[in-house]
Unconditional design. Structure first.
Lengths: 351, 280, 316
């Protein structure tokens, strides 16, 4: 099954059927914001949303995660030996993920699943998950996905995509996983003849609404060291309060810390989200800190997203233009302005 | 799938206090599961995460050489939470080792070359690994002259004193041991800072590579000496230290520019470093 | 309040060209509606970037600690109180700071306005005659200003700066007979289990990003207790016990120091009502010691002085 039409009045039934077969996640309104949560009944799912407050990364790379457990009990022959913690990797489907967040997973996958090392928790969760996206008909003023190499109808990170045509959803499979999922759905019908045309019109108007907001090529084409040494950072960094909001809300910020937490004679090795905004992130045991100043940390975040990552992987920036950092920064540091400053700063890679 | 975060369980076989300030101890570790030793195949210059359940992990250069079988060695400076705890552990205790990690000194490139090793203080661990490796009968003929300049603040702060003395006796390695200052009338080696001694002994740059590890101040003043001796930046090799957690290029904290010190390093040529931000 | 813009620019040009100060801390117009960006202006030529309207909620006192230069700073009532606390706590010297006092009518609550727009996105916001006109694609809505204020602003009793070197306008009328603590009284009326549930629910969304701490002008410790590793006082996860420990300890550290400027709530990306913690302590400090934070330069916060007559009936 590669394409079908789901009338809106049948969506709840479709979701209930899916819940019976696997774990189902989707956007849920918590009274203030939408966030991804497990859907236990179809009524909880709310697809009439712009985007979730926290990105979808937490479904694959949760804020706090038990990696291993250990015993410190005297007399335990296995004391001090780390054991893997049991996890649920049963199949699940995520409904309604926006294309920007799904593309972000592809970016993070480069980090968590390199040819040399696979992060087992990440890899298993990605394998267990079928992602059904929801195309963006009405992007926000803070969206710049089209600039960042994605788009409101970008299906590159999706297994299947829904397009809201008003009375119902056009569902299209993108991968084999996606078409396997669509074939589970019995309540769909054949797509109306004009559905594809309607979807295409929606895509074009959404893309046009976002437009191009800065020029990625003029940043990635610059000499890295000259950009690093540019005076723009002094200007950019002032307002920053070095909180972790931008990094924690960002769908592509993957950095984490590892800690041991002991309770009595047992404990866990855990990992938790960390942030390049925090001074502790790079503090050496000796007290030396290579990024001890706010300006250095602010520069690191933008350089990583817009210059280092493209340099390392040669395929676009580590940003999908979801706009969360723009909307949530308490002091209005806007990555689009930073990018414009980076691309206009007078340092071009020497020939 | 092998979990790269899961340490191999090891038993502490012996602990040697290396320096008179008692801040450096060498731990000889033996794998609890003998088959893990083969999985932990390493090359001089690499490091590993030493793991203590309940305390955490600390990235430490591997001080043993792959030519030494049946154990691995780490010399640990007492600095933070994990290393302080390690210093309180006893022979027979169980801990973990994760690795090997990072790149290594470029042994294939170094083959047939004269090697100048310059070390300072406790940053002599992977240099010890390298020396033992090169001096092994299977390997010695692969390298030309080997010259070592190794300095510490005082004689009591030199690492691996017995081995240093043994290497002094050999004719296939030129040793220049030095201390910043010394009140011992029987001290028979050099007195002076590493850069000065390097300048005096003037190892030839012909067909040579320099490997330099030590405190930043020593490196800062030795690099111009090496340059004067004719070592180009692509023949000066160093190893960086950074705060690390995962050790495998995933957790994100140890980057300098686009490079992760844990995975793309810790070994860099001076030429490479000159093109990267100095955030280390 | 837009009228301040010209006065701020004029003062900045004058102070910078007369070399009375090395820099001016103010706002420039934000890149999106309802939030402006703090800015440091160092030359008179750039003074025209400075801007003022009802979206200048960020507490600029947060940018003062550890500064070594002489700075002018635009200060609302709450900012000025935080500057006073910082002077009292020796984080900045009085003669380093040139306060441009901004009598305040309260700041707009971006979160509240966005919620009342129910998903429609504003593209421009105009404040005229006590009203806020919001326009977006295909809609225009007008609210009365009082419907749009941050909650701490609507119960504020120090709208005029408590210290200033120059005022940007005539003092505004202070609000009188304000009941500052109806919500605190409600929590005080709960039994311990209800109270515990109440606070657990408030922080259940916390992601430990520390925006609340970093936005707070009084959270200037070189190393926060939460970042200490030897000893490590608390865990770093989003387990409720770690989250609870963080928020309670932080709040206690602000007892007698918090000015209810609302910076924490404004910064929180997940909408935690952090003032529910600090307001209770503010109320207690007021009742026990008759003390309001940041009002007087000649009085130390009650929790760092001992007086033989200090009340102790709350020690159980």
């Amino acid at each position: 099954m590669t394409e079908m039409y789901i009338p809106k009045e049948k969506l709840a039934g479709v979701v209930e059927d899916l819940i019976g077969r696997q774990r189902v996640y989707g956007p849920v309104f918590d009274g203030a914001y939408h966030n991804f949560e497990e859907i236990k009944s179809a009524g909880a799912l709310d697809l009439a949303y712009s985007n979730t407050r926290l990105s979808a990364k937490g479904l694959f790379h949760p804020h706090s995660e038990r990696m291993f457990e250990y015993s410190l009990a005297s007399g335990d022959p296995e004391a001090g030996v780390l054991k893997e913690t049991e996890k649920d990797y049963s199949p699940r489907v995520v409904l309604g993920m926006r294309p920007c967040d799904a593309r972000a997973l592809k970016i993070m996958d480069r980090n968590f699943n390199s040819p040399q090392y696979g992060d087992p928790w990440w890899v298993k969760r990605i394998e267990a998950t079928t992602i059904v996206g929801l195309a963006c008909n009405a992007p926000c003023g803070t969206c710049f996905c089209t600039t960042a190499g994605s788009g409101p109808f970008d299906d590159s990170g999706l297994d299947a995509m829904l397009v809201d045509l008003g009375e119902g959803y056009l569902a299209r499979a993108v991968t084999d996983k996606g078409s396997a999922l669509l074939s589970q759905i019995s309540k769909g019908s054949a797509a109306p003849a004009d559905a594809a045309q309607k979807a295409d019109a929606l895509r074009r108007s959404a893309e046009a609404a976002i437009g191009l907001q800065f020029d990625v090529g003029s940043i990635t084409g610059k000499d890295s060291m000259e950009l690093f040494n540019s005076p723009i950072w002094e200007e950019i960094q002032f307002a920053c309060i070095n909180c972790g909001t931008c990094t924690f809300l960002c769908p592509t910020c993957w950095c984490f810390d590892i800690q041991d937490e002991t309770h009595g004679e047992h404990g866990d090795r855990i990992r938790i989200w960390d942030s390049c905004m925090f001074p502790l992130f790079t503090l050496h045991g000796s007290g030396h800190n290579p990024r001890q100043n706010k300006a250095q940390r602010v520069r690191q975040r933008f350089m990583h997203k817009l210059r280092y990552y493209p340099e390392k992987y040669g395929d676009g920036i580590a940003c999908t233009g979801c706009g969360r950092c723009v909307r949530a920064c308490p002091v209005n540091i806007d990555i689009r302005n930073v990018a414009r400053l980076m691309s206009s700063s007078a340092c071009v890679r020497p020939a | 799938m092998k979990n790269p975060y899961l340490p191999y369980p090891v038993r502490i076989d012996s602990i040697v206090t290396e320096t008179e300030d008692r801040n450096l101890k060498t731990f000889t570790l033996v794998f609890k599961n003998p088959e893990d030793e083969a999985r932990f195949a390493y090359t001089p210059g690499q490091f590993a995460e030493l793991s203590v359940a309940g305390q955490g992990e600390s990235p430490i250069g591997i001080a043993s050489s792959p030519t030494e079988k049946g154990f691995i060695k780490f010399t640990v400076n007492k600095v933070g939470r994990v290393t302080s705890h390690l210093h309180s552990m006893k022979e027979g205790d169980v801990m973990g080792v994760r690795g090997p990690m990072g790149n290594w000194y470029p042994w294939e490139t170094l083959e047939g070359k004269n090697i100048v090793i310059i070390g300072g203080g406790f940053a002599f661990t992977t240099l010890r690994s390298s020396i033992v490796y090169m001096l092994h009968p299977d390997n010695r003929s692969r390298f030309g002259d080997i010259t070592v300049v190794y300095g510490a603040r005082s004689p009591g702060l030199l690492l691996y004193k017995d081995e240093l003395a043994a290497w002094e006796q050999r004719d296939d390695i030129k040793m220049h041991i030095t201390v910043d200052g010394c009140s011992d009338p029987n001290w028979k080696y050099n007195v002076g800072f590493v850069p000065t001694v390097t300048k005096e002994k003037a190892p030839s740059a012909d067909n040579a590579y320099a490997i330099i590890c030590g405190p930043p101040i020593m490196i800062k003043f030795t690099l111009p000496v090496l340059t004067d001796l004719g070592f180009p930046p692509d023949r000066i090799i160093s190893s960086l230290e950074m705060r690390m957690k995962c050790g495998i290029g995933i957790c994100g904290r140890c980057n300098i520019g686009s490079e992760y010190v844990c995975k793309d390093g810790p070994v860099f040529t001076l030429e490479k470093l000159s093109k990267l931000p100095n955030e280390y | 309040m837009r009228a301040y813009t010209e006065k701020i620019r004029e003062a900045a040009k004058r102070l910078l060209s007369e070399k009375r100060v090395d820099a001016v801390i103010g706002f420039r117009k934000g890149s999106i509606p309802l939030v402006n960006e703090p800015v440091l202006v160092k030359s008179p030529e750039r003074a025209d970037e400075l801007y003022w309207d009802g979206s200048c909620g960020v507490n600029l006192a947060n940018y003062l600690p550890k500064r070594t230069d002489r700075v002018a700073i635009v200060a609302k009532g709450c900012d000025s109180r935080n500057i006073v606390v910082q002077i009292v706590e020796n984080q900045i010297q009085r003669d380093q700071v040139y306060v441009l006092g901004a009598p305040c009518h309260g700041m707009l609550d971006r979160r509240r306005i966005l919620a009342s727009l129910k998903g429609r996105e504003p593209t421009s916001v105009e404040e005229v005659d006590g009203q806020v006109r919001i326009t977006g694609a295909g809609f225009e809505e007008t609210f009365s200003r009082s419907e749009c204020l941050q909650e701490n602003c609507s119960i504020c009793i120090h709208r005029n700066p408590v210290i200033s070197d120059e005022m940007l306008g005539e003092p505004v009328a202070e609000q009188e007979n304000v009941d500052r603590y109806p919500d605190v009284a409600k929590v005080e009326g709960m039994n311990p289990d209800e109270r515990k549930d109440y606070f657990e629910e408030i922080t259940s969304k916390c992601i430990r990003c520390y925006a609340c701490r970093n936005a707070c002008p009084q959270c200037y410790c070189p190393t926060c207790f939460v970042d200490e590793s030897r000893p490590q006082w608390m865990g770093k996860t989003i387990d409720p016990k770690d989250v609870r420990t963080f928020h309670f300890l932080r709040a206690f550290h602000l007892a007698g120091r918090c000015t209810d400027c609302g910076a924490c709530e404004r910064a929180c990306p997940v909408g935690i009502k952090l003032r529910q913690y600090t307001k209770k302590l503010e109320k207690d400090v007021k009742e026990f010691y008759g003390y309001e934070a940041g009002v007087r330069l000649d009085e130390r916060p009650p929790l760092d002085v001992y007086r033989p007559g200090d009340p102790e009936n709350f020690i159980k």
